[in-house]
Design a protein around this ligand. Structure first.
Ligand code: AMP
Length: 122
């Protein structure tokens, strides 16, 4: 696995070197608006730890961070006003997954009918 790059944009946001439009923060996670939003609600939730991707996080993060991050997903989502009509959670990983930023993050999308899960041929 590629080593964690501490200069990635989300690491810099966590250190306060780059601003973000914050919607949530606790000990375990930071949530902020995606700058290239693809839905009326498009939040990124990132754990406070140096994990490149989902498998790195779920294999190597301490259990309290995994639980804290998971609870943060529920907390953020319930505050976004998308629970009644639903939302979509997306995690991209690696080249084929289309991951651009090598710090594990969850996309939370909602605010409209998001259509089919993915586009394209199988
Ligand atoms: P992914 O393709 O899953 O790695 O998604 C990375 C996401 O980060 C994209 O949706 C970008 O629009 C978003 N993004 C990149 N830089 C920033 C930033 N400085 N603040 C907020 N969102 C960002």
């Amino acid at each position: 696995m590629t080593p964690y790059d501490p200069q990635n944009v989300f690491a810099r946001i966590l250190r306060g070197e780059i601003p973000c439009e914050k919607v949530f923060e606790n000990t375990f996670a930071l949530g902020f608006h995606d700058i290239g939003k693809r839905a009326p609600v498009h939040i990124l939730l990132i754990p406070k730890g140096p994990y490149t991707c989902a498998t790195d996080f779920y294999q190597n993060a301490p259990p309290e961070l995994i639980v804290g991050f998971s609870r943060a997903i529920a907390e953020v989502t319930s505050h976004l006003g998308v629970l009644e009509k639903g939302a979509r959670f997306i995690v991209n990983q690696g080249l084929h997954g289309g991951q651009e930023v090598p710090h594990f993050h969850l996309h939370i999308l909602g605010g409209k009918n998001l259509g089919p899960m993915i586009m394209g041929d199988q």
